[in-house]
Write a protein that binds this ligand. Structure first.
Ligand SMILES: [Zn+2]
Length: 250
């Protein structure tokens, strides 16, 4: 990556009023949170694809909750990294600012971001399988022998508030990100593999409707080729540098 690419992206960010940031697993990985997929992703002999499905939950809700408890513990022990912190720092500097994240770990909120759309849900929340109420998980859930959690309103079983394989997004979530993309004059995508399509489609939609599109990624993906600028490197290194430069240009 030449410094002129960073300079052009910083110039675009400094002139922007409306910003959308889309983040993926790479940003969480820099905080030590594994993707829970692929090689080495086994838990008690199961792959994520065998646990994060409606069928797996119907067959054995105890097992699925146990897996989420373990994952939640990892998230609770993790800290936001410089990418999360830079994104949170940027927010008050713009007229409108949204983070649309594929990550479920809650680290953007912990870093101080406010306007967050959690595309794939949140590991710290539950949703009632009966009435649909979404709420924060109580701490009791973290005990190893915790019973299956039940809804305080209707008594039905609670499930993790996560979009599983084979499920569609929660109503309004993608629409909100789409609207932010349409309004944005600067869209930045960080740490996505570009294989999770809807968030990428949202980013490209932003570009089509006039936004300057930046991809922050150590690798070159199909998105990097289409972006106005591809900043090669880890989000935790690139984002602070980009924001520092953009701020100095404002
Ligand atoms: Zn309920």
């Amino acid at each position: 990556m030449s410094s002129s690419v960073l300079e052009r992206a910083a110039l675009a960010l400094s002139g922007a009023r409306t910003v959308l940031i889309v983040t993926g697993a790479g940003v969480s990985a820099e905080s030590g949170i594994p993707t829970f997929r692929g090689a080495g992703g086994l838990w008690e002999g199961f792959r994520a694809e065998e646990l994060a499905t409606p069928g797996a939950f119907a067959d054995n809700p105890e097992r699925v909750w146990r897996w989420y408890r373990w994952r939640r513990r990892i998230c609770l022990q993790s800290e936001p990294n410089p990418a999360h912190l830079s994104i949170a720092e940027m927010e008050p500097a713009f007229d409108a600012f949204q983070v649309a994240t594929q990550n479920v770990d809650g680290l953007h909120r912990q870093a101080g971001s406010r306007n967050i759309v959690e595309l794939h849900g949140c590991i710290h929340r539950s949703r009632c399988t009966g009435c649909g109420e979404v709420r924060d998980l109580p701490d009791e859930i973290d005990a190893d022998d915790a019973p299956l959690p039940a809804c305080r309103r209707c008594g039905k079983m609670l499930r993790p508030h996560i979009v599983w394989f084979g499920e569609t997004y929660q109503p309004g979530v993608l629409e909100s990100a789409q609207a932010a993309a349409e309004a944005a004059d600067f869209v930045l995508v960080a740490g996505t593999s570009a294989s999770v399509w809807p968030p990428i489609a949202v980013a490209l939609h932003g570009q089509r409707t006039g936004a300057y599109l930046v991809d922050v990624n150590p690798d070159t993906t199909s998105l990097s080729d289409r972006a106005d600028a591809h900043l090669t490197g880890a989000a935790g290194a690139i984002l602070p540098a980009l924001w520092e430069r953009a701020r100095s240009l404002r």
